[in-house]
Write a protein that binds this ligand. Structure first.
Ligand SMILES: *Cc1c(COP(=O)(O)O)cnc(C)c1O
Length: 431
């Protein structure tokens, strides 16, 4: 099984953290998001212990909540000692409502609105990651008006060569995120921010991409950023408290995904940071990383009931489910790969080639094409694995479908953490 929280029981049913998925489907209905609390906590602990083991505990992981944002997940990761990263006023509101202390919240985003920035400043958010100069000026004004000093960091676009690392999607020059390092713009921005009385510049941030399977981009980013630390120290006599290296650690969606153990990233980054700081005569900064997908991705599955099965000879077999792109848009968006299986026949051979399709009025409403599953029949429970990240958080009400409920499971027990929407929820804002 591609996630440690999954197994198959004596009935041949898929089990997640001790809960029979067929029973979960009966009890709560389908479609249903199921998240393993045990797996989420286990990944959080692995990140935390790798900071202890490889970096003297001098740093922490921030959960990138855009991967899956709700109050319960904020509470769980906070209990495990992680900070929370948010990218909108709505995520910030969720984190605050979950009781997270504002100092432990980091606010990202390439175009935060003035009202979002005001909300963050008024709430006392501990780290606003400033993406560009326009935002820096907006913050300066807001801070002056409020008479406060706002703790910030700057998001740097490190200009890592996309030809050697093609998987890197956000660190290259052609990216909407961050201040360009290679043109000298970043040095100017540091100078400007360091000179402002209204902000307190605490660190620098970079984020090189997502679903990355190699250590090298993180090592490379650390090296590039520490060279920049040294340049800043020399030219501006400015030093930083922390270096935030972003997220993007890859997970298993399908068996072939070559995800490396998360500990290996920290081991490699720690080695590079120690080496570079030694070479450059810099004090060791605190290191932050921002895992999103890897905290929740493999912890989640989605359960569906199989409906119409349409076999078009020599073309394909459409297996329809009672969900679709409105609750998992990732295949429609970027042909994301998934492992699908029939949860009530999980011990049978997967020798049926299916195109799993949703109930939306779009031909592109697909969950997976030409994938091997057990022979399906109407009424079976179909499970899609590794749906914990960027599924619920990307869900919509397209076709006026209601977003499914989310159940958290732990050691054989289950509880609702997000209620399923009702038709009345759909009309809540209609006049
Ligand atoms: C999306 C994002 C993350 C999390 O990325 P994952 O691939 O989910 O780990 C971290 N930092 C920033 C700035 C992001 O935009």
């Amino acid at each position: 099984m591609i996630s440690p929280c999954l197994s198959i029981n004596e009935k041949g049913h898929l089990v997640i953290s001790g809960c029979d998925t067929v029973e979960l489907a009966e009890r709560y209905g389908t479609p249903l998001y199921v998240m393993s609390e045990d797996e989420i906590r286990s990944v959080c602990r692995r990140y935390r212990s790798s900071f202890e083991e490889y970096y003297q505990g001098n740093g922490k992981a921030l959960y990138a909540s855009k991967a899956f944002c709700c109050k319960e997940i904020c509470r769980i990761v906070t209990e495990e000692g992680l900070d929370v990263e948010v990218v909108s006023g709505g995520e910030l509101y969720t984190a605050l409502q979950a009781g997270i202390s504002p100092e432990n919240i980091h606010f990202q985003g390439n175009n935060k609105t003035v009202s979002e920035l005001e909300f963050a400043v008024n709430s006392g958010v501990g780290d606003i990651v400033v993406d560009n100069l326009s935002e820096l000026y907006k913050l300066q004004k807001i801070a002056a008006k409020q008479g406060t000093i706002v703790p910030i960091s700057l998001r740097i676009k490190p200009g890592i060569d996309a030809h050697t690392h093609e998987f890197i999607r956000t660190g290259q020059i052609d990216s909407k995120f961050g201040i360009d390092l290679t043109s000298g713009e970043a040095l100017e921005a540091v100078k400007m921010a360091a000179g402002m009385r209204e902000v307190s510049l605490r660190g620098l941030h970079c984020h090189v991409g997502s679903q990355i399977f190699e250590k090298e981009p993180f090592v490379h980013a650390a090296e590039v950023m520490l060279n920049f630390f040294a340049e800043i120290k020399q030219k501006l006599s400015v030093e930083f408290d922390f270096l935030n290296l972003g997220g993007g650690f890859g997970i298993h969606y399908v068996e072939e995904d070559d995800a490396i153990p998360y500990e290996e990233y920290m081991a490699a980054v720690s080695e590079a940071v120690h080496r570079k700081c030694g070479e450059l005569g810099l004090p060791l900064p605190k290191i932050y990383i921002e895992p999103g997908r890897s905290i929740v991705g493999e912890a989640g599955i989605t359960l569906y009931t199989v409906g119409n099965i349409l076999e078009i000879p020599t073309v394909r077999n459409y297996v329809s489910i009672d969900g679709g792109m409105y609750e998992n848009p990732r295949y429609a968006l970027y042909q994301a790969q998934y492992t699908c299986l029939i949860a009530n026949k999980a011990n049978q051979p997967a020798d049926y080639i299916a195109t799993v399709t949703g109930k939306c009025c779009e031909s592109g409403d697909l969950i997976q094409e030409h994938t091997s599953i057990q022979r399906p029949e109407e009424g079976d429970i179909l499970a899609v694995l590794s749906t914990g990240a960027y599924n619920y958080s990307m869900a919509s009400n397209y076709n006026r479908n209601v977003r499914p409920a989310c159940v958290m499971v732990s050691e054989g027990k289950s509880r609702i953490v997000i209620k399923g929407e009702t038709y009345d929820d759909l009309l809540r804002n209609d006049i």
